[in-house]
Design a protein around this ligand. Structure first.
Ligand SMILES: Nc1ncnc2c1ncn2[C@@H]1O[C@H](COP(=O)(O)OP(=O)(O)OP(=O)(O)O)[C@@H](O)[C@H]1O
Ligand SMILES: Cc1cn([C@H]2C[C@H](O)[C@@H](COP(=O)(O)O)O2)c(=O)[nH]c1=O
Length: 188
């Protein structure tokens, strides 16, 4: 089982991952970007805003993803894997290119290994505004509210285009309500 928690910045992924870690001691927890040794270096390069070209930035994330699939996902396919972000973020955040092209590049990076369970935490514009004000923003978060809402729409579109087994959850529900929905989905 390859479960991924998706959502734009501040959607509540880390909060739910902490609960899952407590409830699923047997699972392997991982993340993109930065789930491997090489990925840690790529994450730093991708998030420090050094890449002036959006295409260069996307290839950093794609390199991270290819390494993560080979080193973490494929060797553990028989285990329960839970990942903070995935190919869905990869496709959605590369918003300067059409979805079809980015999907093709990502299917090369993943060698067609896709999540079996997608949990997408969905924020309203109002809630996103509130949550971003409560933290210091990295180079991607600094692109603003409308940018992130557009990414969230692309995430939903990507999940549907790839026909992935999914649940979209209102991220404004209480932490407990969300975690119960996640458990039901995983166990269902
Ligand atoms: N259901 C919820 N209701 C209200 N606030 C929440 C909820 N879930 C998380 N939060 C709060 O929202 C903020 C962002 O949560 P969290 O760090 O879990 O998000 P994230 O998706 O991991 O963010 P990022 O992608 O930026 O790392 C935190 O202050 C957290 O306490
Ligand atoms: C996988 C992936 C991520 N991003 C963006 C999304 C976030 O702004 C950061 C990752 O930060 P987090 O604290 O680990 O959530 O990177 C992206 O632009 N492209 C991608 O493929």
């Amino acid at each position: 089982m390859y479960v991924v928690i998706e959502g734009i910045d501040t959607a509540g992924k880390s909060t739910q991952l902490d609960i899952l870690k407590n409830n699923h001691k047997e699972a392997i927890f991982t993340k993109e970007p930065g789930g491997t040794q090489l990925g840690l270096k790529l994450r730093e390069m991708a998030l420090n805003g050094e890449a002036k070209s959006k295409v260069a930035e996307m290839f950093l994330f794609l390199a991270d993803r290819a390494e993560h699939i080979e080193e973490v996902i494929k060797p553990n396919e028989k285990n329960m894997i839970v990942s903070d972000r995935s190919v869905i973020s990869g496709i959605a955040y590369a918003s300067n290119l059409p979805l079809e092209i980015v999907i093709s590049l990502n299917l090369i990076a993943t060698s067609n290994t896709l999540p079996t369970h997608v949990i997408l935490l969905e924020l309203t514009k109002e809630e996103l505004t509130k949550r971003l004000q409560g933290k210091s923003n990295d180079s991607i978060e600094s692109r603003g509210i409308d940018y992130l809402i557009n990414i969230q729409n692309r995430m939903k579109e990507t999940v549907k285009m790839l026909k992935l087994n999914h649940i979209f959850i209102d991220a404004s529900l209480s932490i407990k309500e969300i975690s119960e929905k996640i458990e039901d989905f995983i166990n269902g």
